[in-house]
Design a binder for this molecule. Structure first.
Ligand SMILES: Nc1ncnc2c1ncn2[C@@H]1O[C@H](COP(=O)(O)OP(=O)(O)O)[C@@H](O)[C@H]1O
Ligand SMILES: [Mg+2]
Length: 298
């Protein structure tokens, strides 16, 4: 709606994943390198946690774009499935020709496939997104998969992506055996202040193919104070702000407009039902500005 007004080819803060918009923040880069390292070194089992909207799925997509042809991948995104369905999904995703049957039968066919891949110098990666939803029986299945190994190599690299509660779930005593198999844990933090700024500029640049600013520095400071650097929230606020900017007929979003947008955002409406929302925002912003001054960023 506002694209023409601002000179965008497409909406810069669209939620649909698009690799052209990938921003190599220090944290996303670190998460991605952690995954690549673990896969290449055949580390076995890796867990990446992060708050909703921090960019886990985005990192996973960047990973899929980077893996070479010698790496076969299976991606499981529906985590409300049974243990047996998990095996079927994995076999199907890897395009293995298999005979349906019991879980044991499926597992042995998968094992055979993995051995063949290893023999051909191929690596197999199983990625499970939203892994915090997995039931105990599916987690047990994953444990069986992580047991598949030769004397000195893991046959399949398993990656769990999930919200912080995944870590809590995995720390249950019942999952001790599975936990022992985890080679790497990585927690993806939201963007830093500097990266939030760069992230907003980056998306604007990609969408407009220009260097011009669409938000004043003070407006961006408000975005950071409000979103704490969570990309999904940054997208929501910046998208609403551009819409408001278009309606108001301005070419750059300033602090006042951004404040209005934040005040009217659904997240703020929810916060409003718990008292002192404006004071809280002011307080967050005050703390943030004090921090910035201390660091001599301003
Ligand atoms: N590094 C990044 N570069 C570009 N966009 C990002 C990045 N990280 C997150 N996003 C954007 O933020 C939104 C939420 O990211 P997502 O990967 O879905 O989070 P999660 O899977 O952790 O809930 C997506 O719309 C995505 O486009
Ligand atoms: Mg996700």
């Amino acid at each position: 709606m506002y694209n023409k007004h601002f000179g965008f080819k497409e909406a810069p803060f669209n939620m649909t994943p698009n690799s052209r918009y990938f921003f190599s923040s220090s944290r996303h880069t670190e998460a991605l390198s952690t995954l690549i390292y673990a896969i290449e070194e055949r580390k076995g089992f890796v867990v990446i946690t992060g708050e909703i909207g921090s960019g886990k799925t985005t990192v996973c997509r960047a990973l899929l774009n980077q893996l070479n042809a010698l790496t076969q991948t299976a991606l499981v995104t529906n985590t409300h499935i049974s243990g047996k369905d998990l095996l079927v999904t994995v076999l199907e995703d890897l395009e293995v020709e298999f005979t349906p049957g019991s879980k044991a039968r499926l597992l042995s066919q998968l094992n055979q496939y993995l051995i063949d891949q290893l023999r051909n110098d191929r690596n197999v990666v199983l990625i499970i997104d939203e892994a915090q939803n997995l039931s105990a029986s599916v987690l047990e299945e994953v444990r069986m998969l992580s047991n598949l190994e030769t004397e000195n190599e893991k046959l399949v690299q398993i990656i769990f992506l999930g919200q912080p509660e995944l870590k809590r779930k995995l720390s249950s005593p019942r999952l001790e055996q599975l936990r022992q198999r985890i080679a790497v844990f990585y927690h993806l933090l939201p963007l830093s202040y500097e990266d939030t700024k760069e992230y907003i500029l980056h998306r604007g640049r990609v969408a407009s193919s220009s260097e011009r600013a669409f938000f004043t520095d003070a407006a961006i400071d408000l975005v950071y104070a409000f979103t704490k650097g969570v990309p999904r929230l940054i997208n929501q606020i910046c998208d609403s702000a551009l819409l408001s900017g278009y309606i108001a007929g301005v070419s750059i979003i300033n602090e006042d407009l951004m404040r209005e947008v934040i005040e009217e955002s659904p997240m703020m409406q929810i916060a409003r039902s718990s008292k002192n929302h404006i004071e809280k925002l002011e307080q967050d912003l005050g703390e943030f500005l004090a921090w910035k001054r201390e660091k001599h960023v301003i």
